[in-house]
Ligand binder design. Structure first.
Ligand SMILES: [Zn+2]
Length: 571
């Protein structure tokens, strides 16, 4: 295995030496093209403190050249630094504090001999100089990489997105969501007529002797690795501010390509402040107010890049009256960036909350009818082929493969949260959201820098159970950990209506349900999965009139039915 891997890597290296070319994305191995794979021993040996990237963007060749410095703290004695890195890049040199370091490169890894045993607790920095052609995004942002596009006026327009592939397609890094750097510096050199929009704050722009420009961006908060991004183009900058609920004056910035500056200004003027105010009302203060809230127009649809969200929705308002994409990406500054999953098995924390916030905003600006319509659309998309929050370690590919929830982390995640909101009640539910995000129910008292944190599904179980004052394991087992959507069966037993929850493996599930009878909606509590409505006939009751509880209705196909339907359509 290893020798054949090395052969592929060597043939690519040879091609790079001739000219920065060759090595099509197809030659990358699965490890490079996936992210969040179980951590090897070597990757567990250290904690990344900071990445410093110095890249020239060679637009004509669709290539990059430069260096990446990795500052790390040893968690155990270590003499080798293992990094994930696309083996098709050519390594020029690797240096540590004592000079040049030896290394071994495979198709997807760099093993750097540190020339000493670094004791646990000590920090070091190594710098890798490299060049090559990074993975070209096939279908960004879903199949990501570097996207080399052109604006309508024919100028270069470049964007990165790699949520599914990870940082190692761009620089040598520890490609796992559990290890966010405490900060990142990006020194990016581009042709003089282009602008680089990236994470954090712009420290400065240097004019190079050859007419190019180097933009130095710096962020000093923990950053989700897939949240680090380059956006390069003939940008116009639209600026404003938003006064946060914690008093911070947040700089708002939108980099739009010249062709779309007017559309962008309209969107910026009508929606930005309102959306930020909405998130601050329901969730809490914008987490990165000391840096900025940034949007960069991209040639792909969008991605939640921290403080520099990618936006490519062409300034369209959807049928609910606002730009859902802008709203969705902004939601991720809280759900995904402030609070992040440390394993992709818990990625519903990013997308379930992220997707639930658009219906909630719809209700705020359009009312109940639009809210319910949006939720029902999401309901009909639920596949229920695997649990929303599977147990075990999941890389991105596994999450979206046969064993994972795939797209259910969005709509089914949102519906699960909607059901939890009914169970807990509005105020306790939003309190649980704030504790998940900030570790306090009163985040308005927090001043920047607001601490980012990793959270798991079990963390949220603990938070909600504490706030509810009782163990909610039964709710999480059925809604997050089981494959099947529970079904509520109603039957007539003499003069009574009996309601019974049918769950996977007969799991206990005493989920209360709203029932309308005689024009009044009451909350019906369950015991041993059943409830009895005395002296009523089935015709007299309406179960869950406002769809507040996720359950299997006849309109929702099962996973098997969907798969059979898909097969029929193929043949
Ligand atoms: Zn999302």
């Amino acid at each position: 295995m290893k020798s054949s891997s090395n052969r592929i890597a060597l043939s690519c290296l040879a091609a790079v030496l001739v000219l920065v070319s060759a090595c099509e994305p197809g030659s990358r191995n699965a490890t490079t093209m996936d992210t969040g794979l179980p951590l090897s021993e070597g990757l567990q040996a250290y904690d990344v403190l900071r990445y410093t990237l110095r890249n020239e963007i060679l637009v004509d060749r669709e290539a990059i050249a430069g260096s990446a410095s990795v500052r790390f703290a040893a968690l155990r004695d270590m003499d080798t630094l293992e990094l994930d890195f696309d083996g098709t890049f050519h390594i020029d040199s690797i240096d540590g504090p004592g000079g040049t370091l030896d290394h071994e490169a495979t198709e997807s890894k760099l093993f750097i001999k540190l020339g000493e045993t670094v004791p646990a607790g000590e920090t070091r920095e190594v710098t890798v100089r490299y060049r090559g052609k990074p993975v070209v995004a096939k279908r960004p942002p879903w199949d990501g990489g570097f996207q080399w596009a052109e604006t309508p006026s024919g100028k270069p327009w470049i964007a990165t997105s790699f949520q599914g592939e990870g940082c190692d397609i761009w620089w040598p890094c520890k490609d796992h969501p559990s290890d966010e750097p405490d900060g990142v510096d990006l020194h990016i050199t581009v042709p003089g007529d282009l602008t680089v929009a990236s994470n954090g704050v712009l420290v400065g722009v240097t004019d190079e002797p050859d007419g190019r420009k180097t933009f130095h961006w710096q962020t000093n908060v923990p950053t989700n690795l897939y949240g680090i991004a380059l956006n390069i183009g003939p940008y116009e900058l639209i600026e404003g501010t938003h006064t946060s609920t914690n008093g911070t004056e947040i700089p708002l910035a939108f980099w739009a390509i010249e062709d779309h500056a007017d559309d962008a200004r309209k969107l910026f003027d009508t929606e930005m402040n309102e959306m930020v105010a909405f998130f601050e009302k329901f969730a809490g203060p914008y987490p990165w107010g000391q840096e900025k809230l940034g949007i960069a127009e991209t040639p792909h649809l969008g991605m939640e890049h921290q403080t520099i969200n990618a936006y490519g929705n062409e300034f369209k308002r959807d049928k609910y009256g606002f730009d859902w994409l802008l709203h969705h990406e902004l939601a991720h500054e809280w759900f995904g960036n402030l609070v992040s999953a440390s394993d992709y098995a818990d990625l519903w924390i990013h997308e379930g909350f992220g997707a639930y916030m658009q219906p909630v905003y719809t209700q705020e600006v359009m009312g109940d009818a639009a809210f319910h319509a949006r939720m029902y659309e999401a309901y009909l998309g639920i596949r229920a082929c695997n649990p929303v929050a599977p147990r075990g370690e999941f890389s991105d590919d596994r999450l979206h493969g046969d064993e994972g929830p795939g797209g259910d982390i969005y709509g089914r995640g949102a519906w699960t949260l909607h059901s939890l909101r009914y169970l807990m009640g509005d105020e306790p539910f939003w309190e649980s959201v704030r504790v998940l995000l900030y570790d306090t129910p009163d985040p308005e008292t927090l001043e920047p820098p607001i601490a980012a944190r990793h959270r798991t599904t079990d963390d949220y179980l603990e938070i909600t159970s504490t706030i509810a004052g009782r163990d909610l394991s039964w709710f999480f087992e059925v809604y997050f950990r089981s494959t099947a959507v529970p079904e509520l069966v109603a039957r007539q037993e003499g003069a009574d209506v009996v309601l019974e929850w049918k769950t996977e493996d007969d799991l206990p599930f005493d989920m209360p349900v709203p029932v309308r009878r005689s024009g009044e909606v009451v909350r019906v509590e369950f015991s041993s999965n059943t409830a009895r409505l005395a002296g009523l006939s089935i015709a007299e009751v309406q179960i869950d009139p406002f769809m507040q509880v996720l359950r299997k209705l006849p309109s929702l196909p099962t996973c098997a039915e969907r798969e059979a339907e898909a097969k029929k359509a193929e043949s």
